[in-house]
Design a protein around this ligand. Structure first.
Ligand SMILES: *Cc1c(COP(=O)(O)O)cnc(C)c1O
Length: 396
């Protein structure tokens, strides 16, 4: 920036340009939006720890020979979901792409017309099916598809079905006159049943939460239950309800996971030790059933009285705003239409830009002419920075 200022003779703007550059770099922010998994804010908050040292990423410590990077964390994820094996990739989209390429390249993939959907960020099921090199065979209708529709497609003359793909309605709902077969029904038809579960709740029983699954999670399918129902492979994201780093996970039958791992695309879509190490920490945390240690679950289940106490303290410290009842959501393409009761701080008017300009940027939202800072998505140790930013809205 200094060189550019010298070259252009624009001395006055140099400091501002340097500050603007620094604000374009990755920096921690306070998520006061009330959206727990905010895609613009990196979805689930979970630390990546790099020991800055060599690891046994691809070394078998027993034999001294070349090892397999998916062994360690893959085994933990398989244990958590009741799967035979697991594979970790770059994200959920990569997981679906690879599974279809490995199981049904140059063959047919049968999908319900009710599931030819866009998940967000341009991830459209028909496009992904095409890019994976498989032929899309649509069955049923937008609102109703039956097991017989799939059966007929599989038995049709000339059909060569490599996979039946089921796409979870992670981020939208269809209501009213609807029907779709269960995974158990589809599993009796023949071809491998692949479920793109997206949101990736590990286990609908939430054994890592002392109070069991919260009411707002009702109806959300778990990876473990989907496998138990008969799915051959399940693909899901690492940073949605699993609440870890950006990753895509494939779990299920060992022979099919091995086919995915052996496909040439697997190498292009795999993760390094930074993500695998971070995911391993998360898997161990779930195995210890320690939901309190997972920021997403801790925030999602914080009692309202705790949020109210903190909101009062923020208002007192900032000397501004008032305690307000709010509604948080899980977000990030999960649990559409579901809200979680919450408490926050409200300010009259729109202060979003001033809050974003705070030393630790605070991201809030505006509703009905008021700025709302939802405390459910804020970690208690961020309350000080939040109060300071709220105080700063007095003289913008
Ligand atoms: C979110 C989602 C994906 C994409 O996962 P990313 O991790 O965002 O790449 C794919 N399928 C479904 C059903 C999803 O909900």
């Amino acid at each position: 920036m200094a060189r550019a200022a010298v070259a252009n003779g624009t001395w006055d703007g140099a400091a501002a340009a340097a500050a603007a550059l620094s604000r374009s770099l990755l920096t921690p922010v306070v998520n006061a939006t009330g959206v727990l998994l905010h895609t613009n804010l990196g979805r689930a908050p979970w630390p990546a720890t790099d020991p800055g040292r060599a690891t046994n990423l691809e070394l078998d410590l027993d034999t001294g020979r070349r090892g397999d990077r998916r062994r360690g964390v893959g085994r933990l994820l398989a244990t958590l979901t009741g799967a035979e094996d697991a594979l970790v990739l770059n994200n959920g989209a990569a997981a679906v792409l690879l599974v279809l390429a490995a199981l049904a390249e140059d063959r047919d993939t049968v999908v319900s017309r009710g599931e030819l959907v866009e998940i967000g960020g341009g991830f459209r099921i028909p496009d992904v099916v095409a890019r994976s090199g498989t032929r899309l065979v649509e069955v049923g209708t937008t609102n109703r598809t039956r097991a017989d529709d799939y059966r007929r497609a599989v038995a049709a003359p000339g059909a060569d079905v490599g996979a039946i793909l089921v796409v979870h309605r992670s981020n939208f709902r269809i209501e009213g006159f609807t029907a779709s077969p269960t995974v158990t029904e589809l599993a009796t038809i023949g071809p491998p049943v692949v479920v793109d579960l997206g949101s990736g709740l590990l286990d609908a029983g939430c054994p890592w939460l002392r109070g069991g699954p919260p009411a707002w999670l009702a109806g959300e399918p778990g990876v473990r239950q989907t496998l138990a129902a008969g799915a051959d492979l399940v693909a899901f994201s690492g940073d949605k309800l699993l609440a870890g780093p950006q990753a895509g996970i494939v779990v299920g039958r060992a022979d099919l996971v091995a086919r995915c791992a052996a496909h040439p695309l697997a190498r292009a879509l795999r993760c390094g030790s930074l993500v695998l190490g971070s995911l391993q920490e998360l898997a161990l945390t779930y195995l210890r059933r320690d939901g309190e240690a997972v920021p997403f679950w801790r925030r999602a289940t914080t009692p309202l009285v705790d949020l109210e106490d903190r909101a009062r303290a923020v208002v007192a410290r900032a000397g501004r705003g008032e305690v307000a009842v709010t509604e948080a959501t899980t977000g990030g393409g999960t649990l559409p239409g579901v809200s979680i009761p919450s408490i926050g701080v409200a300010l009259e008017g729109d202060h979003l830009a001033v809050l974003r300009a705070a030393p630790t940027p605070v991201i809030a939202r505006v509703r009905d002419g008021r700025t709302l800072l939802d405390l459910r998505t804020v970690d208690p140790h961020e309350d000080g920075a939040l109060a300071e930013a709220v105080g700063g809205t007095r003289h913008p």
